[in-house]
Ligand binder design. Structure first.
Ligand SMILES: Nc1ncnc2c1ncn2[C@@H]1O[C@H](COP(=O)(O)OP(=O)(O)O)[C@@H](O)[C@H]1O
Ligand SMILES: [Mg+2]
Length: 437
């Protein structure tokens, strides 16, 4: 099948087979609940692997159309290129749901990991020790750097969106590109999770007809990365607000903003109990991150050169990062020779828009299933499918074999199909060495 046919193939499911006849996925359990979508664990029966499926219920609100298109497009573009980003496989449209099928991170979120550490931390000590925090932070910042180098901002970096895979110690995986955007154009939107939002973003509301200001989304991601580092170390947000229920009011956001601009993070009452346990180096890094003026805030490349970031890891963490480096080098090697057909990419992006537009309408037979596991049965007849892997958009004359591609696509699922053989030193491999310093 040609790459173009693979993209278009999803049109062809016209004559529905009997229910479950072509069943390819089986729902296992819910793994995440959100305001817009729930995420479920599914078994991909054909490939015999577990996948996570983010299910957007139909009809999707029109207000969410653009962000959903961006989420899927960005993840399809960037997912295959970095080990620390959740990769995507397929988009499935049923009568009831739009399902984004992705790599499953079986180790849960960093929130749960920090909560576990918090439960056993001694009073006055850090919740997560600095060695472990640095191990995670290097992977996290490296993935953020990769996004920025591809002119993309995540804009919702936080512990909940930072997942862990199944190995010990785990690889980190950033998920949820719901607020992500390319930043070719100026970004002005006021969005994010308030506790992680920088002052220029919290304040950036168009009021009384005055337009919102453009901000540098990279500095916004840096601030959020600092919050995520403090929460990992201290188990609390530096700037916080007790809320009675979900959602922040304008006044509560104003209160957060006042804390951010009037107090330094180290004065925060929320981290009083363990701030004395922080090293001089990490304190210095956080001082450079929580700078109110975004132009004076440390940048991602500068973070990667900071003494706390480059300090040696423990041997066990180093060993796992070396393995990550090895796998990333294979991905880099694949990317260096990958030959995408831009027409196929455009066609895929067009199909994403079409499927999201359809998801904004009611499905023909929607609501016929009442029990969740049946309603979530994405595999029944008549589903539209779109292959989101590179395989669907490679040029026909691509030197890359399907087998090579599978190695890269499957790396995300944790299948170690690492080929033996000498690795070539590539530019991005050199960049990755900052991970292992
Ligand atoms: N690929 C995945 N593997 C494992 N768990 C996931 C995956 N994607 C999402 N989750 C879980 O579901 C939660 C919600 O998913 P997310 O994409 O962040 O949705 P929302 O936009 O509602 O925040 C995550 O915080 C995580 O716990
Ligand atoms: Mg999320």
């Amino acid at each position: 099948m040609t790459a173009a046919a693979a993209v278009n193939g999803s049109h062809k499911a016209s004559k529905p087979p009997p229910l479950n006849h072509l069943a390819s996925h089986r729902a296992v359990k819910a793994i995440g609940r959100g305001a817009v979508a729930d995420t479920w664990l599914f078994m991909d029966k054909k490939r015999n692997r577990l996948v996570a499926v983010k299910l957007f219920q139909r009809p999707l609100a029109h207000a969410l159309r653009d962000s959903t298109v961006r989420e899927i497009t960005v993840q399809a573009e960037l997912g295959p290129g970095h080990i620390n980003l959740i990769n995507v496989y397929e988009l499935i449209l049923s009568d009831d749901y739009l399902g984004l099928v992705m790599e499953y991170a079986q180790g849960g979120s960093l929130t749960a990991h920090v909560a576990e550490r918090w439960g056993i931390a001694s009073p006055g000590k850090l919740v997560m020790d600095e060695d472990e925090a640095r191990y995670f932070f290097r992977q996290f910042i490296h993935a953020v750097d990769y996004c920025h180098k591809h002119n993309t901002t995540h804009r919702d970096l936080k512990l909940d969106n930072t997942l862990l895979d199944g190995q010990k110690p785990p690889f980190l995986k950033i998920c949820d590109f719901g607020f992500a955007s390319h930043f070719d154009a100026k970004l002005t939107e006021h969005l994010g999770t308030p506790e992680y939002m920088s002052p220029e973003l919290l304040k950036n509301q168009s009021k009384d007809g005055s337009p919102a200001k453009a901000y540098d989304p990279r500095s916004v991601d840096v601030w959020a990365s600092g919050v995520m580092l403090i929460v990992s170390l201290c188990g609390a947000f530096p700037f916080d607000h007790t809320r009675a229920h979900e959602g922040f009011t304008d006044d509560q956001e104003l209160d957060l903003w006042l804390q951010e601009v009037n107090k330094t993070w180290i004065e925060s009452p929320f981290i009083r109990d363990n701030r004395d346990a922080l090293s001089k180096e990490v304190t210095d890094l956080l001082n450079r991150i929580f700078v109110v003026d975004p132009q004076k805030r440390i940048t991602v490349p500068q973070i990667m050169e900071h003494p706390w970031y480059t300090k040696d890891l423990t041997p066990s963490h180093q060993k796992v990062l070396d393995k990550l480096l090895h796998e990333q080098a294979q991905v880099d090697e694949y990317l260096a020779h990958r030959n995408l057909d831009q027409k196929n990419v455009e066609e895929r992006n067009k199909r994403i828009i079409e499927m999201v537009d359809k998801a904004c309408t009611k499905g023909e037979k929607s609501g016929t299933h009442v029990r969740p596991l049946q309603a979530l049965n994405l595999v029944h007849d008549g589903c539209e499918r779109l292959d989101l892997t590179d395989q669907a958009v490679l040029a026909e004359n691509s030197q890359h074999s399907v087998e090579d591609h599978a190695t890269v696509a499957d790396r995300a699922a944790g299948l170690d199909k690492a080929k033996s053989g000498k690795l070539h030193e590539s530019d991005s491999m050199k960049a990755m060495s900052s991970l292992t310093k």
